[in-house]
Design a protein around this ligand. Structure first.
Ligand SMILES: O=C(O)CCC(=O)C(=O)O
Ligand SMILES: [Fe+2]
Length: 191
């Protein structure tokens, strides 16, 4: 169903993956994915980002993240099955960024996924598994806020002008003790 926001397009599907199926994918990804402690260079020093991360996709695909070039690792069986399910819904992607939030202390700050290599009006499919966490959006011009609770097995599509006009973040929730995996499927435009 569409979530009405100005200057952007959001679609949210709770239980896009059936409950048990979503847990089996969660378990598979915990094992199958080569989770890395990402580093970012801020104010002249390297810092660990507050979550684990991984980048998968078509062989040879490169992506720049915080000034670092990442090479996509090849699709795993669990990732491939989700990619195929997205295709049956009419969405075609060549890569996925995975984030593992080990507990409620892990987070992601305000940002837009507006890198040049995602192209104009990028479509991003965000799948959530495990702990339910709050996802916030903030309009760049008006400061209007939208809050969503991304449930286990849900799919959020961000499209149209969303990345141009809205920041989003996953705030810390210290009381949450359970892990969450988020997958954002994206299409990198290759030259
Ligand atoms: O974990 C989430 O729900 C958001 C992830 C995100 O914004 C990203 O990977 O760019
Ligand atoms: Fe994002």
């Amino acid at each position: 169903m569409q979530i009405d926001i100005p200057d952007g397009q959001l679609f949210y599907y709770e239980s896009w993956l059936e409950y048990e199926k979503a847990w089996s994918i969660f378990a598979a990804l915990q094992h199958e994915i080569d989770w890395e402690e990402g580093q970012v260079f801020i104010f002249g020093r390297w810092h660990s980002i507050p979550r684990l991360q991984a980048w998968y996709g078509e062989p040879g695909l490169a992506y720049t993240y915080s000034g670092k070039q990442l090479l996509a690792k090849p699709w795993t069986p669990a990732l491939h099955s989700i990619k195929r399910k997205l295709e049956t819904c009419g969405y075609d992607f060549n890569s996925v960024l995975l984030n593992l939030y080990r507990d409620g202390s892990d987070k992601m700050g305000w940002h837009r996924d507006n890198e040049r290599e995602l192209g104009h009006q990028p479509v991003i499919a965000s799948i959530s598994l495990g702990a339910e966490r709050e996802f916030q959006l903030r309009h760049k011009g008006s400061d209007q806020r939208v809050s969503l609770h991304l449930t286990h097995g849900s799919l959020l599509i961000m499209a149209g002008e969303t990345q141009a006009n809205w920041y989003h973040q996953l705030p810390q929730r210290k009381r949450c003790k359970a892990p969450r995996i988020n997958l954002t499927f994206r299409s990198i435009i290759t030259p």
